[in-house]
Design a protein around this ligand. Structure first.
Ligand code: ADP
Ligand code: MG
Length: 615
């Protein structure tokens, strides 16, 4: 019978209480979406139990086996039954759902897992000398049996969803499910640096293969977090990120964020935690994007691990069955914490460009290790754009280089003494090569500047400053444009009319749910006012402030800057070059251009000596 068809016979099905098994299976639908959600629940239980070591094993992407073992406080024999019943938890007493400091609190995971798979818990409680085991299969709980084991708990889940075959059909390939499990473990491992984790794929039976491992860290929290991030995100991330330590209005933000020159092609390296809980929150991820929008083009994404801490009562964690999302009491405050914290950290990082750039440069010049390889061969893959292609050995000296290069080398032009710029990071300009690369000398090395990229950044910053000082010029539309909105859209929009007006977008209410666009930002030229207003409303529905107009204006500024800057191919005089270097030093973010590429690389003498095998 189709349940949506009214019962024509006038008979009405009775309301009945579902039994526990059905209720658990329904709950499982929400809590356990795929193997990785089961892993997440089990590992969170281990963490709540104070474990210092957690070993996770899975087979066939977790579809046939998931096993989580810990050395936590264990479950006393007389409570094993309770642990398997719904809404039974040791973590809260139910009086205060706003003050939660454990991962779990719903008392749903174990009964749900027991309803959709075959679950075995073996545990040795704290201060007991014997261990017990209990099995539940498709909701049927078996007897408690004695077993031998050390302190802690092991939960094994076999054949997940065998009791609900419909679910099985929605699972992805073993490889994709294994990937999701790894992701879950990495996130939890980041939030708990003092706990050791190993993840094994035991698909072939036996000990299997360790696919992820993070040893317990020690030391203060900052060091521990950095050590953990280094082992998960790699040494390059650790070396090319800035530390955050930022407080605002009862919220605090710490963690690490990549320099704009260390970015990725997708937003996959973004890890957010609220009070230690990994979350995938659109509001917070949007804030990260916003904070970097100035330094990265739209298709590049930063790598971040951000930890927000606040009083538990300021955030509701009980809004998502798998607790992957949270709700802040003051969402705008959380957003601005992230934007300000990131911007602050990135600007104090000054114009530190990614070390990978200099390393890649060195790497490009390094002699190949193999004796038969041609000496000083350029590696095309890692060659940064600013290094002129060299076809002859680089050690041949300036005179030779001059004849080898197809481009021209300007006469060496020492109008600035090194002592005069001893405290200037970018040194004294010495030459311009290929009509785009300024070579500057510093007390302990040399700097190569991409003059076009650098100048583009300077023009952009200047345009932005002018805009901040003088406001955005607007132009009146000849025919004001009326836009019909839903009531909800109108309500969110009218809250930000003043803010929009500051950006040159003047909108008025027009009766009913319509609004009327009277002026638009002059710098945008002719705009589709309808589309612009709709974009703004879409964004506002998600969050409380809008950046659509500001983003569009910044994109335009960036384009204007590109056209207004010194093109490569222009010869510069010594004074011009030195002036450019000084201006770069004085301008925030000048270490990268508007697209996140570096504007200069620095090679230390020590690096250069290494190139020539002197050290
Ligand atoms: P919740 O975590 O929301 O309390 P669960 O169904 O996940 O609900 O677990 C029920 C209870 O079983 C927990 O409250 C805890 O007391 C106990 N428990 C589960 N896993 C472990 C474990 N690995 N070590 C110790 N106790 C555990
Ligand atoms: Mg739990």
């Amino acid at each position: 019978m189709n349940t949506h068809t009214p019962n024509i016979k006038g008979e009405r099905p009775e309301i009945r209480q579902l039994d526990d098994a059905a209720a658990n299976r329904i709950a499982a639908g929400e809590v356990v979406e795929r193997p990785s959600s089961a892993v997440k629940e089990l590992v969170e239980n281990s963490l709540d139990a104070g474990a210092t070591r957690i070993d996770i094993a899975y087979a066939d992407g977790g579809k046939t086996l998931i096993r989580v073992s810990d050395d936590g406080i264990g479950i006393p024999e007389d409570q094993l039954h309770l642990a398997l019943s719904r809404h039974a938890t040791s973590k809260i007493d139910g009086t205060d759902l706003l003050n939660i400091s454990s991962f779990g609190f719903r008392g749903e995971a174990l009964p749900s897992l027991g309803a959709v798979g075959r679950l075995t818990i073996s545990s040795r409680g704290f201060e007991t000398d014997h261990a017990s085991e209990i099995t539940v299969n498709g909701g049927d709980i078996g007897p408690i049996k004695p077993v031998a084991r050390s302190k802690g708990t092991t939960v094994e889940l076999n054949d997940l969803f065998h009791a609900t075959p419909a679910r099985l059909k929605f699972l992805r390939t073993d490889r994709a499910e294994a990937q999701a499990i790894t992701d879950v473990i990495k996130r939890l491992a980041m939030s708990e640096p003092y706990v050791g984790f190993t993840l094994r794929d035991v698909s072939g039976g036996g000990q299997g293969r360790v696919t992820f491992r993070a040893d317990a860290q020690s030391g203060d929290l900052f060091d521990a977090v950095l050590g953990r991030l280094r082992s998960i995100l790699g040494t390059e991330f650790a070396e090319n990120s800035v530390a955050l330590d930022f407080q605002r209005e009862g919220l605090s933000l710490h963690g690490y964020a990549s320099l704009p020159t260390y970015s990725r092609g997708a937003a996959i390296g973004q890890y957010l935690f609220v009070n230690g809980r990994p979350v995938k929150d659109r509001l917070l991820l949007g804030a990260v994007r916003g904070a970097y929008s100035d330094y990265l083009s739209r298709d590049r994404h930063p790598v971040v691990a951000l930890f927000i801490e606040c009083d538990p009562t300021l955030v509701d964690v009980n809004v998502h069955p798998a607790k992957a999302e949270v709700r802040f009491r003051d969402p705008a405050g959380a957003r601005s914490l992230i934007v300000s914290g990131l911007r602050h950290a990135l600007s104090t990082a000054g114009h530190r460009a990614s070390s990978t750039v200099a390393d890649a440069t060195i790497g490009a010049f390094q002699p190949e290790a193999r004796p038969t390889a041609p000496v000083y061969q350029m590696d095309q893959r890692s060659r940064p754009t600013m290094v002129p292609p060299v076809s002859s050995p680089v050690q041949s000296g300036f005179a030779d280089v001059q004849t080898e290069y197809s481009g021209r080398v300007e006469p060496v032009i020492a109008t600035v003494e090194l002592e005069d710029v001893a405290d200037k990071p970018l040194g004294a300009a010495r030459a311009q090569l290929h009509e785009n690369y300024i070579i500057a000398q510093t007390p302990d090395g040399l700097v190569i500047v991409d003059q076009h990229a650098a100048h583009e950044r300077l023009v952009y910053e200047k345009l932005k400053n002018q805009m901040a000082a003088n406001g955005v010029a607007s132009q009146a539309l000849l025919l004001p444009e009326v836009v019909d909105l839903s009531e909800n859209e109108r309500l969110v929009l009218i809250d930000v009319l003043d803010e929009l007006a500051k950006f040159g977008l003047v909108i008025e209410e027009f009766g009913g749910n319509a609004v009327c666009v009277r002026e638009t930002p002059a710098i945008l030229g002719e705009v589709n006012a309808q589309a612009l207003v709709r974009d703004i409303c879409d964004e506002l529905t998600d969050q409380t402030t809008t950046k659509v107009v500001a983003d569009k204006i910044e994109a335009i500024l960036s384009r204007v800057a590109c056209h207004g800057s010194i093109r490569s191919g222009r010869q510069m005089r010594a004074e011009e070059m030195n002036a450019l270097l000084r201006e770069m030093e004085a301008t925030p973010h000048s270490g990268q251009c508007n697209h996140g590429r570096p504007t200069y690389v620095e090679l230390k003498l020590a690096d250069i000596e290494r190139l020539f095998g002197r050290t």
